[in-house]
Design a protein around this ligand. Sequence first.
Ligand code: ADP
Ligand code: MG
Length: 697
Amino acid sequence: MIISDIFGTNVFSRAVMKERLPEKVYEEVVSVIENGGMLSTSSADTVADAMKCWAEEKGATHYTHWFQPLTGKTAEKHDSFLVPPDEMGHALTQLSGKKLIMGEPDASSFPSGGLRNTSYARGYTAWDITSPAFVKEQSCGNVLCIPTIFISYTGEALDAKTPLLRSVEAVSREGIRLLRLFGNTTAKKINAYVGPEQEYFLVDRKLLEQRKDLIYTGRTLFGASAPKGQELDDHYFGKIRARVGSFMHDVNIALWKYGITASTQHNEVAPAQHELAPIFSTANVAVDQNNLTMETMKRIAYEHGMSCLLHEKPYKGVNGSGKHNNWSLGTDDGENLFRPGKHPEDNLQFQLMLACVMQAVDRHADLLREAAADVGNDHRLGAQEAPPSIISIFVGDHLASLIRKIIGKEFEDVTVSKLDTGVSTVPLLQKDTSDRNRTSPFAFTGNRFEFRMVGSSDNIAECNTVLNAIMAEAFCDAADALENAENFEEACKAYIKEVMTKHQRIVFNGDGYSDEWIAEAARRGLPNIPCMVEAIPVLTQPDVIDLFQKFNIFTAAELESRKEVSFETYSHKMAIEARTMIHMAGKQYIPAIIRYAAFLGESISSVEAGGGDASVPRKQLRKITNLLNHATEALETLEVVFAQADNHPTAQETARYYRYSVVPAMENLRAPIDELEMIVSSDFWPVPSYGDLMYDV
Ligand code: ADP
Ligand code: MG
């Protein structure tokens, strides 16, 4: 197979448009994509018709506005291309420019956090011309998908994409101001580029169907560890087994058809864990493509008799899954702003970029942490695995010594562990592969920053909105300070020194997992936000509202609504988990354990009747009934605690109640059941074990 034969065949790409649109219309479309603006009505009609004809040739019968509401998933409502038949009864199909540009789904059932009162529940989807339309293959037939944003009647964002697009414009506008000061007159805009590395688990579908927890919550709520975990490090980059390999192959083909540059594939740290990474693209396209990738992985896994788990923590005791968000900024004429060049010590523009990143991340560490918060990620961040919940920046030895040189003697040692001092002469690129630090949540990797906190199931729109926004602010501050300088170079040097001095505490090159770092970070005053419910309130802090309002990314009302939706999402998901545990414990585990206890009781009688020594089964039975008592009590407690969850006046208090009362009760139920799993005969155990789930694919 040659990739280029299938790549992009399902995409209404520029090449397709160039071929099918009149030249003037094509040029108008390209200009709107690159410079913004609106398509004329007649051009929109022409594009829509070409899109429909092309999609029909690809087997599409329907079209949909494809959008990303605050459910965390994508949404689509299909309409066929049919219009009323002619008088002879012939079918007629059509897609008008109006329908291409705007839709009005019945929006009342999407989360809005109070923004859109259901009694005037109008929401609109509006075409995002910067992300190409594509034909999606699915069981209900092929569907033309038109990427759209989703906004309320009054123009408030109800989705993940609208603020992202606003943030891309903001960072471009402010960044260009700076580039002009460096004499750059050619760049017209700055793009944010994103390459997300997607981690996931595969599990056999038949086994998954026997686990209510995996079915309802995407993770195991019970389960004793398998005898073998990841201690041998033999899965990471190991040979890919045939079943997994054929899944990856089919995923690649499907993604390539969608124009997604699926590139890297490998086994990850935990058993049955894998990774897929595309080549980076503009943030907007990367977000859409990552959503499509997750969906495609699930569909193809199903076709292979498996299920693709995107949850951040499917199994306790082994590595969870994240999504490393590689992010950079570059001009439309190809200059990467984070490329240090051969001599970063002489590269004032790069030094200013680095200073701006330090300011942005230090000032808004709590907001970045919030952007990575999702329900599943609570099991990863700060829970003894990658990455820690404290935000810091890893810059590598070379840049650290450069920063030291710039700051001079006021510089506080940036690391707790030892750091090679004064080796700034070694070119950065030669060293950067050995310069890796896997424990940092925000690592410089030569020409980009890798934000590693994001959860595997999360929409990357949110973290990239924040990254662009905080950089827009830092750029704006720098431009304000430098635009009227008499001697730009001198002023710029002084500004870099000032900013780096002020924000040096955010740089940390040491071991992010160590206890020393937690203490050191506290001493530096860096926030350590342990979980989602503590992170969400950051959204409406005054500094955050100011930031987003200043750059027209979120209004205060939009932020308030997102806070509400996040708290509600947390509570809903925890309620499903609690209910699932109650079901599994009450209907599966406890009855099975009782059956086994009865079996042991009978065994004791028969052994003794036969004159044997029944002390071993007797001891087992005592141990089991003892744990069974614990489990039953814990179940009763969970039921009582859970029943009170809805008695709280606000979404925030409800969510906090789940976190601090329901979650501990859930853990207390899990502990005795997991212990019992190790001593109850597997013939009696009602669900597949961790070993079955992780070693069967
Ligand atoms: P790693 O070695 O960190 O696992 P991978 O090759 O798996 O790296 O993934 C790195 C990701 O970073 C890829 O998606 C790659 O395209 C992306 N990337 C590379 N350069 C840039 C850049 N300048 N901006 C954004 N992303 C980038
Ligand atoms: Mg990586």
